[in-house]
Design a protein around this ligand. Structure first.
Ligand SMILES: [Zn+2]
Length: 462
């Protein structure tokens, strides 16, 4: 007993010295490196869904928010004070369903996934106030490397999360002809399990599957394949996100244990039984309303096509393509355009019902899957569409921020503006809780405690 007590006391003493040393080092480092920044007179939308807080003072140190207080707090003499009178901050948007590097100009191909193109797209997301993107299963064999380059800062811009290589149907969705050449396509349950196991060692953030036939145009992944994928993923501690369209597929996927429905159900009303099952199993929902709007919008002339906020997000050639008579004629002649047009109101109806039921809904857009789904702009369009679906602006913002952070298991770091969280926020000219379009009035983007962009239109706004 005596010996044990002596050993313990020795360890406690040693630990005490180590802690003191560590604190001294931290204090020294802070004094040298990290000047406090204080934002004053700013309206704060914190991302939790609670009302805008007016006339706040926000102190930032290093990459973190140090404290948030009422107006007229005295800042330390050494602090850099920035008066944001009349302006609003909200957390950076998190896009829980995007694609990276696939599109370039008017083309889409895995061959576009160069370092330069990743960089270009991640910086574009960032200048539109998107701080993180979950790339949904199109990153190929290099997925872990791309994520690591993002973490280390070698790839700047929005933070990369990845659903790895993605698992689709043999000769099916996502179609090889649309550039999805790097997706795994198992034909048996055993191959399906090995498609999961081969990625598991590199810990993708999700396993992505596609369960769709594009209105009967392709074979659909059979239930025995996705059943095996979901089971194997769960054995490895991985969650599964499914591309889905049809109500019956959603029902089967939820019964089989899928973790995320990564698109809206668009061929019928979600019913109370499915909602109850989703709640019981904690299935999350990513509506991707903008995908459905983009599918037919350019057949007409939507008012946003001429908006500099949209145009600034486009790669060369895309504006010319989508405004050309041939392109409009092609969309109008497409035999599935009528279904696409019906899909959007159906998706909106289901979103409202699912949201009101208390299911975790996270923002996703599918931007970057094709050149017409415009990265950066799409995320703001998604916010306006969610409000059209019946969410309040503050609810839509929380779907885009704290909810998406919860889905990615990063809510302890970001998704809200609060003491101790990353100083990741958009500075807006106008308050989006009054009108959701005001998320587009970007004056600055801050990430990890630093201003990283003046937004996509600095010359126009300033
Ligand atoms: Zn997608």
């Amino acid at each position: 007993m005596y010996v044990l007590a002596r050993v313990l006391r020795f360890h406690i003493l040693r630990l005490g010295v180590e802690v003191l040393t560590m604190l001294a080092v931290m204090a020294g480092a802070r004094a040298f490196a990290q000047q406090e920044i204080v934002l004053t007179n700013v309206t704060v939308i914190d991302g939790t869904g609670s009302p805008a807080h007016r006339d706040r003072t926000v102190a930032i140190q290093g990459d973190r928010i140090l404290a948030i207080g009422g107006g007229h707090q005295r800042a330390p003499a050494s602090a850099k004070v920035i008066d944001l009178h009349g302006q609003t901050i909200m957390p950076l948007i998190i896009n829980a369903h995007g694609h990276l590097g696939l599109t370039k100009g008017t083309t889409q191909s895995a061959a576009n996934q160069t370092e330069e193109n990743f960089r270009h797209q991640l910086l574009r997301y960032e200048e539109y106030g998107v701080g993180a993107v979950l790339s949904m299963g199109t990153d190929g064999k290099r997925f872990a490397e791309i994520r690591e380059e993002s973490r280390s800062g070698a790839l700047p811009g929005a933070d990369v999360y990845t659903a790895g290589m993605g698992i689709g149907a043999k000769n099916g969705v996502p179609p090889v002809g649309m550039g999805f050449t790097e997706v795994l396509r198992p034909e048996t349950a055993a191959e399906a399990r090995s498609a999961v196991a081969q990625q598991a060692a590199q810990k993708p953030d999700f396993i992505k599957i596609w369960v769709d036939d594009f209105w009967g145009q392709y074979p659909k992944m059979p239930p025995e394949i996705y059943g095996a994928i979901i089971d194997e993923a769960h054995k490895h501690g991985l969650r599964v996100a499914a591309h889905v369209y049809h109500l019956e597929d959603a029902r089967l996927l939820v019964a089989d244990g899928v973790d995320v429905l990564a698109h809206s159900v668009r061929d019928g009303d979600v019913d109370d039984a499915l909602i109850a099952e989703m709640k019981k199993r904690h299935v999350a929902y990513i509506p991707t309303l903008s995908l459905d709007d983009f599918a037919f919008a350019y057949a007409g002339s939507p008012n946003w096509v001429g908006d500099p906020f949209f145009v600034a997000a486009l790669d060369p050639g895309v504006l010319e393509m989508i405004t050309s008579a041939e392109y409009k004629a092609k969309v109008q002649a497409n035999k599935v355009t009528a279904q696409e047009q019906a899909a959007l109101p159906q998706a909106m109806h289901n979103l409202k019902k699912i949201y009101d039921a208390g299911i975790l809904v996270a923002l996703g857009t599918d931007s970057g899957a094709t050149p017409i789904r415009t990265q950066g702009f799409a995320e703001h369009m998604e916010l306006t569409l969610m409000v059209q679906a019946g969410l309040t602006p503050l609810q839509a913002i929380s779907v885009a921020t704290s909810n998406a952070a919860a889905l990615l298991h990063i809510a302890d770091q970001c998704g809200t503006i609060a003491a101790g969280k990353k100083a990741n926020f958009i500075v807006l000219e106008k308050d989006p809780s009054q009108d959701i379009h005001n998320t587009q009035s970007i004056r600055a983007v801050w990430k990890d405690g630093k201003k990283v962009s003046d937004g996509p239109l600095p010359a126009i706004i300033h």
